[in-house]
Design a protein around this ligand. Structure first.
Ligand code: PLP
Length: 406
C-alpha cells in the first residue's frame, strides 16, 4: 500500500522564509471578521457602501461600452492610461498645490500595491524600515514579506515623535524608508502636527532616506481641513501613496504613487511582473466620474457620514466606558484607539467580545515587535448608527476597571 505523504509537512518545508506564518492577527482574519453580518463590527477599515455611487457608475459604464474606445477593456500601460494619469495629476495639483511630472506618477492597484512596489524596489533582507508605532498592519506585513527589519518609533497625540526618530536613525543608521500615515492615522486616529511634518522632512533630508506618506484617509477630515502634505513639503524625499478605496470604491482597486522620479521608475519596473497594469476599466470609470465632479461630491457626503458616526462613537464611549479607559478623538478617518486599564488584555478582550456579538481588533498586530497589548482599535466607518451605542455598552461590560474607578 502506498504511504500517503503528510502534505502539510511538505508544504511547511517548501515555504519561503518571507511567506511567514499565518498568524491570527493577519489582515485576512480581520477582513473575515469585518465581513460578518450577525455581529456589530468595529473591526475592518471598510468604507460604508452607502457612499458608493452605483447609479453614476452604471451610467458611465454604459457610455464607455458604447463609445467604441477599445482601451477601456484592453491591457493598459504599466504606469496607467494617459487620461486617468492626467486626471490624477490634475487632482493632486488641485488638492496639494503641486502637479507631479510625467515620470513622477504611477497608477497602482490600491495603496497596498504602492507599498508592495516600493518594498520590492528598495528592501533587501535585513534592511531597516521604520514605521510609526502603532501602524497599518498591511504595511508591516508587506515590509516583513521582503524580510525587512521593521522597527517602530513611538507616537503621542501629535503624531510620531520626530526627535525619537532622529535618535533611532543616529543609532541604527538611515533606514531604507520611513512609513508614515500623517492624517487620521490607522489605527490610532491621530494626525501629525504641522510643526512635526516640517521637522520630519528635515530629518529625512539630513540623514538621506525616503518617507513613504500613506494618505489613505487624508480627504476624510470631518471639517474638510488639510494640513500640508509631506509630499508638498519635500517632493525630493517623499513618495506619496494614495488610494481611491475610501473616497470612491475599493472594488476598482486603484491608487497612486507620486514622488522622486528615480523611485517611481523602479516601481514601474516592479509592477511589470506583479499585475503588469491596473485595470483599464476601473481607471476610466474613475476618470469620468472624477472629471464630472463626482469625487468632490462624494467626499462631502462621506465626511458627513463618518463625522456623524465618530460623534456617536465618542458619545457611547463617554457614556459607557469605565473612567480608567482612554481613547483618541479623531478629527477624520475611520478609527479610534482605546487604551485599557491594567489587568486587561486586548487579544483576550477581542475574543470575549466576539462571543458577545461585537468585533474589535486587538492592538498588538499593529506593532512590528512588542506593544499594543493593552490597546484595541475601533472602526466606526461601517457600523450602522443605531448599533454603535449598543455595541459599546456590550464591550464596556467586558472591561475590568482599575480599582477605585467606576
Ligand atoms: C493606512 C492604510 N493604507 C492603505 C490601505 C489599503 O488601501 P488600498 O485599498 O488602496 O490598498 C488601508 C486600508 O485599510 C489603510 O488603512
Amino acid at each position: 500500500m502506498a504511504i500517503v505523504p503528510d502534505t502539510g509537512t511538505i508544504w511547511e518545508r517548501a515555504f519561503a522564509t518571507r511567506a511567514g506564518s499565518n498568524e491570527e492577527g493577519s489582515l485576512a482574519a480581520i477582513l473575515a471578521l469585518a465581513g460578518a453580518t450577525d455581529i456589530i463590527s468595529f473591526a475592518g477599515g471598510f468604507p460604508d457602501p452607502e457612499t458608493f455611487p452605483g447609479r453614476d457608475l452604471s451610467d458611465i459604464f454604459e457610455r464607455l461600452m458604447t463609445s467604441g474606445d477599445p482601451s477601456v477593456l484592453q491591457y493598459a500601460p504599466v504606469a496607467g492610461l494617459p487620461g486617468p494619469r492626467d486626471f490624477m495629476a490634475g487632482r493632486l495639483e488641485q488638492l496639494e498645490g503641486a502637479r507631479p511630472a510625467e515620470d513622477e506618477l504611477i497608477i497602482t492597484s490600491g495603496t497596498i500595491e504602492a507599498i508592495e512596489l516600493v518594498s520590492k524596489s528598495l528592501i533587501d533582507p535585513g534592511d531597516l524600515v521604520l514605521v510609526e508605532g502603532p501602524t497599518y498592519l498591511g504595511a508591516i506585513m508587506a515590509f516583513e514579506s521582503y524580510e525587512a527589519n521593521v522597527v517602530a518609533v513611538p507616537m503621542d497625540e501629535h503624531g510620531v515623535n520626530v526627535e525619537r526618530l532622529d535618535e533611532v536613525v543616529a543609532r541604527l543608521g538611515p533606514p531604507k524608508l520611513f512609513y508614515s500615515i500623517p492624517d487620521y492615522q490607522n489605527p490610532a486616529g491621530i494626525t501629525l502636527s504641522e510643526e512635526r511634518r516640517r521637522a520630519l522632512v528635515d530629518v529625512a533630508r539630513k540623514h538621506g532616506f525616503l518617507i513613504v506618506e500613506d494618505v489613505a484617509y487624508r480627504e476624510l477630515g470631518f471639517a474638510g481641513e488639510r494640513l500640508t502634505s509631506l509630499w508638498t513639503l519635500a517632493p525630493d524625499v517623499v513618495l506619496q501613496a494614495g488610494t481611491f478605496s475610501k473616497t470612491f470604491v475599493p472594488g476598482v482597486r486603484l491608487g497612486w504613487g507620486a514622488g522622486p522620479k528615480e523611485i517611481v521608475a523602479k516601481m514601474v519596473w516592479a509592477k511589470q511582473n506583479t499585475d503588469q497594469c491596473s485595470g483599464a476599466l476601473g481607471q476610466r470609470l474613475l476618470e469620468e466620474y472624477g472629471r464630472a465632479g463626482g469625487l468632490d461630491q462624494q467626499a462631502i457626503r462621506s465626511r458627513t457620514l463618518y463625522g456623524r458616526r465618530c460623534g456617536l462613537l465618542m458619545d457611547a464611549l463617554d457614556a459607557h466606558m469605565p473612567e480608567s479607559v482612554t481613547w483618541t478623538r479623531p478629527a477624520g478617518g475611520f478609527f479610534s484607539w482605546l487604551s485599557l486599564p491594567e489587568g486587561n488584555d486586548g487579544i483576550e478582550l477581542a475574543r470575549r467580545s466576539v462571543a458577545e456579538g461585537v468585533a474589535i481588533v486587538p492592538g498588538a498586530p499593529f506593532f512590528p515587535e512588542s506593544g499594543g497589548a493593552q490597546n484595541v482599535r475601533l472602526s466606526f466607518s461601517r457600523v450602522p448608527d443605531a448599533s454603535i451605542d449598543e455595541g459599546i455598552e456590550r464591550l464596556a461590560s467586558l472591561i475590568t476597571p482599575t480599582k477605585g474607578s467606576n
